[in-house]
Design a protein around this ligand. Structure first.
Ligand code: FAD
Ligand code: NAP
Length: 338
């Protein structure tokens, strides 16, 4: 167990915010985690678990003891004719895990290729992209409850997955450390390529009947062409969720703004592309000092180098106010603010 004091976090959050952790340690198994939790409790500190740091914004000097999850594990926990249940350590890199499942000819995660971060954070916000969310393949997870240090499991229903939501992002925030995640993956591939530009990308690649690996490659190509690489430009992906509004609220807005980008969802509700709303406020490409709104994707706030977390947070406030005043819609942050 190695405990680092006053440890720089710049390389541990994809926004590249330069703050120091008062105490920082990593753990590679449950035993090490339990020892660290004992230490943290003895010092009457709180714990913040970090995976890849691709969905956090540090706005002030952290007070918590930061524990980086490095539990690496890959196992076919159950094998049957049509499916397998795969167990992954929470510290595995998500994209590497997806590629490993494809190597084993297990399907269902291919549309989620190249999402940054670790497996343990995936259930936090039911990660989703290109028409797929993990809730459709998530089986259960193992976690340690911080208060009692007991092992617990959560099945799919108990996680209460929603759009970029789960119990871990709200009522159980900072209450559990997710240690392993299990996915039920199919041995029969069914392409899910209706969403966005996947079909066009496959056509451009000369592929008519895609394999799962082809779909993964197409998603990788689209993502690399559209999204800023955090290694080059600090960001945490979409800063805001796409808001869902009632048909009642939507219809007059659509009359006033006929080009509004929207998608019908269940229960007479409509999802609005938040990036479009921000762009209409004239904020796409906005920059002041080292913080700004990305020039190609208005949903992404960026750090050009030395922005502070509080500057980026203030920018998000400004975006929310502008969208509220023009459209009457309140944007909700997707990124976890600390
Ligand atoms: P972190 O940022 O380290 O942590 C996020 C939150 O989860 C924190 O609150 C943290 O305390 C908690 N946490 C992390 N690990 C654990 C654990 N083991 N136990 C308990 N709590 C934990 N997201 C999508 O859904 N879809 C996308 O397509 C997508 N694209 C992105 C593209 C870019 C360029 C970037 C930068 C981000 C993108 N994201 C996307 C957001 C992000 O990658 C995901 O939310 C990812 O799952 C975060 O993983 P992480 O390990 O980096 O989490
Ligand atoms: P895009 O394809 O340009 O689409 C813009 C928005 O419209 C998306 O956010 C998406 O909502 C919605 N959308 C597009 N086609 C849709 C369809 N057929 N049905 C329903 N909704 C549709 O978006 P992008 O920025 O390039 O991202 C592509 C995918 O990667 C999206 O799924 C996005 O969520 C995901 N992504 C997420 C993050 C993150 O940090 N959370 C970052 C980058 C990319 P949804 O977001 O609900 O899919």
């Amino acid at each position: 167990m190695h405990i680092k004091i006053n440890y720089p976090l710049k390389n541990f959050n994809t926004f590249g915010i330069a703050l120091n952790a008062p105490f920082f340690s990593s753990f590679t198994d449950e035993q090490e985690l339990l020892s660290l939790l004992n230490y943290v409790k003895a010092g009457q500190k709180e714990v913040l678990i970090l995976g890849g740091g691709s969905n956090v914004l540090f706005t002030k000097q952290p007070q918590d003891w930061i524990l980086k999850n490095e539990i690496k594990h890959f196992e076919i926990a159950e094998d049957s004719k049509d499916y397998a249940i795969v167990k992954s350590g929470a510290g595995n890199i998500w994209h590497e895990f997806v590629l490993e499942t494809l190597k084993h000819n297990l399907f269902g995660l291919e549309n989620l290729s190249l999402i940054p971060g670790c497996v343990g954070a995936a259930p936090m916000q039911n990660i989703g992209a290109y028409g797929v969310e993990i809730k459709s393949t998530f089986h259960h997870l193992d976690a340690i409850e911080i208060a009692t240090m007991k092992n617990v499991s959560f099945n799919n229903q108990e996680c209460k997955f929603g759009y970029r939501e789960s119990v871990f992002k709200n009522i159980y925030k900072k209450k559990y450390v997710i240690t392993h995640v299990y996915f039920k993956l199919s041995k029969i591939f069914q392409a899910n390529i209706e969403y966005g530009a996947i079909k066009e990308q496959l056509t451009a690649m000369g592929i008519e009947k895609p394999t799962a690996k082809d779909v993964s490659n197409a998603v990788i190509a689209i993502r690399q062409s559209k999204l800023p690489d955090p290694k080059v430009l600090g960001n945490a992906g979409s800063f805001f969720k796409n808001p869902t509004i009632s048909n009642e609220q939507f219809l007059p807005l659509k009359e006033k703004f006929p080009n509004m980008v929207s998608y019908p969802v269940a229960n007479n509700e409509v999802k609005i592309a938040a990036g479009w709303l921000i762009e209409q406020c004239g904020l796409k490409g906005f920059r002041e000092n080292d913080y700004g709104v990305h020039k190609n994707q208005a949903l992404v706030l960026v750090n050009y180098g030395n922005a502070s977390g509080s500057e980026i947070f203030q920018l998000s406030e400004m975006v929310i106010e502008n969208v509220k005043s023009k459209f009457g819609i309140t944007l909700e942050r997707e990124v976890n603010i600390y």
